[in-house]
Design a protein around this ligand. Structure first.
Ligand code: PLP
Length: 413
């Protein structure tokens, strides 16, 4: 951690000032950023870590025999230990650095599934998955003929656990579900779902992309086999992601890609692979990105995941109460247990038109299918408006949002 960042007494109520972009304008109005489920903005601590590393510590890792390279390698590997601590994994060897949650799920499909599954084997997913937890399995469907079974979503936006229990068969090889929905905000009962999968001797992959920035995640307590997430939704750089996998799985999986950094020996006849996790990290990684991701984890730790959850829940409740008062506005998915994500539609106004009006008021939200077309189909909608919260949002942001929605209604109704 940089000295000046360590001295910052960041708290959840004052952290907005740590994000330089939040002091800027959008369409010449003060920026109100309500699109953190898409990607989160970056605090000075992360931006500084990135430039400090390039200015003072930059070299390739794991290869050089000079001090600078050794220092870069230690900084990089320290982040692995940091991630291990952040999600309470047993060992840093269970942490693989990849490009994002998407790459991590593809890795599981191609390195865990493809080598050992047959045509007719089954993967259970849910109706609320992001495309990145659907398409890798559809690729396997095309490649080897696996079958997808789908846990339905109720009208309130929750998974139907009774049906979940009936989906298991002798052919079930994996459950792959999201921890929190990027459209509805629903936090799924992953501990219970893991226990159910394990009672059927089936491993479980949890897509934590929308959970890990908002709630404390403990993979030992969940007891999941795989857990994936992305740095950029956690206030860290884009292009960095994490695959957590239990050692017993990682050790038995073939590598994802071949290249430098993942081998022990190479000849023209054969290759032997490095141990885990390096076996899955071919080529020069985004070294600076990983190190700045470490700064993001330190930043979140300093604020505290409990404070983050409590603050975001209070803003979420405030937002849901205010939106519920707007005539003609319908929120989609009102689960009891949610992260700060709200999807809604407005009578007679297309979500993209709502997005355009909000944009002109300085407000950044998302409108569309949110990479969850099957969920949109479930609710019979082509698109929704999605508001998503981060640590920096406050009641003033929600008031600006509500005012701009009334403006959209006046313009279009
Ligand atoms: N899973 C969920 C639930 C998401 O919301 C997203 C991105 O929005 C992803 C996976 C994919 O993350 P990435 O694009 O960082 O790989």
């Amino acid at each position: 951690m940089l000295k000046e960042d360590a001295n910052q007494l960041t708290s959840i109520l004052t952290c907005k000032k740590d994000f330089p972009i939040l002091q800027s304008k959008n369409r010449n109005k003060p920026l109100v950023y309500l699109d953190s489920a898409s990607t989160a903005q970056k605090p000075h601590a992360v931006i500084n870590a990135l430039s400090h590393f390039y200015a003072h510590d930059y070299a390739n890792i794991h290869r050089g025999i000079y001090e600078l390279s050794e220092r870069a390698s230690v900084l990089y590997e320290n982040v692995r230990v940091n991630v291990k601590r952040f999600i309470n994994a047993k060992s840093e060897k269970e942490i693989v650095f990849l490009r994002g949650a998407t790459e991590a799920i593809n890795l599981i499909a191609q390195c865990y599934g493809r080598p050992q599954w047959q045509a007719g084997d089954e993967v259970i997913v849910s109706e609320m998955e992001h495309h990145s937890n659907i398409v890798p399995w559809l690729l396997l469907k095309e490649q080897i003929g696996i079958v997808l079974k789908v846990i339905p979503v109720s009208a309130s936006g929750e998974l139907d656990l009774d049906t979940y229990q009936t989906l298991f068969s002798a052919r079930t090889k994996l459950v792959a579900v999201t921890h929190a929905s990027n459209v509805l905000g629903t936090i799924n009962p992953v501990n219970e779902m893991t226990a159910i999968a394990h009672a059927h001797s089936v491993p479980i992959l949890i897509d934590g992309a929308q959970a890990v920035p908002h709630v404390a995640v403990d993979v030992a307590e969940i007891d999941c086999d795989f857990y994936v997430f992305s740095s950029h939704k956690m206030y860290g750089p884009s292009g960095i992601g994490v695959l957590y996998a239990k050692t017993k799985h990682l050790q038995n999986m073939p590598p994802y890609q071949g290249g430098g950094g993942m081998i022990e020996t190479v000849s023209f006849n054969e290759v032997t692979f490095a141990t885990i996790p390096q076996r899955f990290e071919a080529g020069t990684p985004d070294i600076a990105g990983v190190i700045a991701f470490g700064a993001a984890l330190d930043y979140l730790t300093r604020i505290g995941m409990l404070s983050i959850y409590q603050h975001e829940t209070s803003i979420l409740n405030d937002a849901q109460a205010k939106l519920a008062m707007i005539p003609g506005l319908r929120m989609i998915g009102m689960a009891k247990n949610k992260v700060g994500v709200i999807s809604f539609v407005l009578d007679h106004i297309h979500p993209h038109d709502v997005g355009t009006v909000l944009d002109h008021e300085g407000i950044a939200i998302r409108a569309g299918h949110h990479c969850a077309m099957p969920l949109m189909e479930r609710f019979g909608l082509p698109a929704t408006v999605r508001v998503s919260l981060g640590i920096y949002n406050n009641e003033k942001d929600i008031d600006a949002l509500v005012e701009a929605i009334y403006l959209a209604k006046r313009l279009f109704d």
